[in-house]
Design a protein around this ligand. Structure first.
Ligand code: GAL
Length: 470
């Protein structure tokens, strides 16, 4: 007799069937389910920081972006333009990004002391391979090579050479008042003549401001001081002061004499109402616009002003003209790009640097920018009469680096100078006597030299290193 299976066995069979169904069903589901979408490929991106937002400079960098996009169309440019001019607003942002370990792929930097500070802090990779690949050693002049190289390595690729010491003026006003007939060529003026001209303009045309300045971002006032100190003291005083290479604790040091006289000159311009009264509201390009419109007569500023005038289609010889000031010395600065350590896309950054150093980019950029090419083998047809003169001066005049634009000083010291000078001018405009405002500015500058460790910054360098005598 067949015995009936106990209920327990049926229960086991049932459980086995259910488990098998679940396992097989699950396996089928995994085998037959639609494949998940593939993860997107890593973004090809160039994260770049620069401060070119004003007329002329924006168009110039856009021209370089266009070349880059042609070469690597698949790369997205993450542009981070930070307005303010001269990097005054951008640089603190960069230092924060670097300190936080989140560097961009590349950022705008001036050759010289500014570059050295990033190198000393260990934030940059050498870019010797790019220099070699592009043969830059053969085409970049020695003076510029020297301020791109620290230790045995190049740390930046330069795109241009700007001149900081230019006197921009409104030619219509100059003609009307016979300024050049009466005072001679501005290329040969000294500090005393400059102040006399300003006074003369005020006497003849009280409706306009003789000297334009812009203090919203402060640095244009320090720029004025930089140029007047060079004009008055010459290249050695310029280097000694800005590099802290003098006996700054001794008020009788001859460098202080020149500094004092220049501060008194600036104080006089403020006291006698020779500056435009709206300067606290203006940026560098807005002050340039006032000269073009005939609201101010003269403006001491770098030759990015030429780029601005061309971008707004101002008429050369009628609305703007510029004279090297003084002619015999060229205060140079150079905009460069670099490769930070830990950059998220180093290969793309290297491609960017190849573009920056290329003959094509140097030509397109500089024609628009108001500067001349860093590569001496690239000789563009400049559309204005100003550039051929300055290109010639670059190989014939004595050269010194610009402190306000990163070439010669220490960032912390230059920043203190912005505050000290702005405070001095504002105090004088509010009624403080020139002499006492200058005394207090000098005391503050002495403190700033000490506080910022300026004299130690260039340890191992000599005054001669910074001057190309011709
Ligand atoms: C300078 C820079 C120039 C120009 C200027 C005003 O520091 O080197 O290229 O852009 O600032 O922004």
């Amino acid at each position: 007799m067949a015995s009936r299976a106990p209920a327990r066995v049926w229960a086991y069979v049932l459980i086995a069937v259910i488990v098998t169904a679940i396992v097989v069903g699950g396996a089928m589901y995994f085998l037959l389910r639609p494949a998940p979408p593939a993860p997107p490929p890593p973004k090809k991106e160039l994260i770049i920081y620069h401060w070119w937002t004003a007329g002329g400079e924006k168009e110039a960098i856009d021209a370089v972006f266009a070349i880059f996009k042609e070469r690597v169309p698949e790369v997205v440019i993450s542009e981070n333009p930070i307005a303010g001019g001269a990097g005054a607003v951008m640089k603190p942002v960069i230092w924060q990004l670097l300190a936080a370990g989140t560097p961009p792929d590349t950022f705008q930097v001036h050759a010289g002391g500014e570059l050295k500070e990033y190198v000393d802090a260990g934030y940059l990779e050498p870019v010797d391979d790019i220099w070699e690949e592009l043969g830059l050693e053969e085409v970049i002049p020695d003076t510029l090579k020297a301020i791109c190289k620290f230790g045995d390595h190049y740390y930046a690729v330069p795109i241009n050479v700007h001149r900081s010491n230019i006197l921009w003026y409104n030619p219509t006003i100059f003609k009307e008042l016979g300024i050049i007939e009466k005072f001679g060529d501005p290329r040969e003026w000294d500090l005393k003549t400059f102040i006399e001209v300003a006074r003369y303009i005020k006497a003849k045309r009280p409706d306009i401001s003789p000297v334009a300045v812009a203090t919203r971002n402060k640095w244009p006032l320090t720029h004025l001081f930089e140029v007047l100190l060079l004009l008055h003291g010459g290249p050695e005083v310029h280097v000694k002061f800005w590099a802290g290479m003098f006996n700054y604790k001794d008020p009788a040091d001859p460098v202080w004499k020149a500094v004092r006289e220049v501060l008194v000159a600036i104080g006089t311009l403020a006291k006698e109402g020779l500056f435009n009264p709206d300067h606290p509201e203006l940026t560098w390009d807005e002050a340039a616009a006032k000269v073009m419109k005939g609201e101010c007569a003269m403006y001491i500023m770098g030759d990015w002003v030429a780029g601005y005038y061309m971008a707004v289609e101002a008429k050369y010889g009628e609305e703007w003209s510029g004279a090297p000031f003084p002619k015999k010395v060229f205060i140079l600065l150079s905009d460069c790009f670099n490769l930070p350590k830990g950059a998220p896309h180093p290969d793309i950054a290297a491609e960017w640097l190849r573009v920056v150093g290329s003959a094509e980019a140097q030509e397109k950029f500089n024609v628009i920018k108001g500067s001349i090419t860093a590569r001496i083998d690239v000789k563009p047809e400049y559309p204005d009469p100003y550039r051929p003169e300055t290109a010639e001066d670059f190989v014939k005049s004595s050269l010194v680096p610009s402190p306000v634009h990163g070439g010669l000083s220490k960032e912390a010291f230059v920043t203190e100078m912005h505050d000290i000078l702005t405070y001095m001018v504002t105090a004088i405009e509010r009624g403080v006597e020139v002499e006492s405002a200058v005394d207090s500015a000098i005391a503050q500058i002495m403190g700033a030299i000490e506080r910022t460790g300026l004299p130690e910054f260039w340890t191992g360098y000599t005054i001669e290193y910074f001057i190309t005598k011709r």
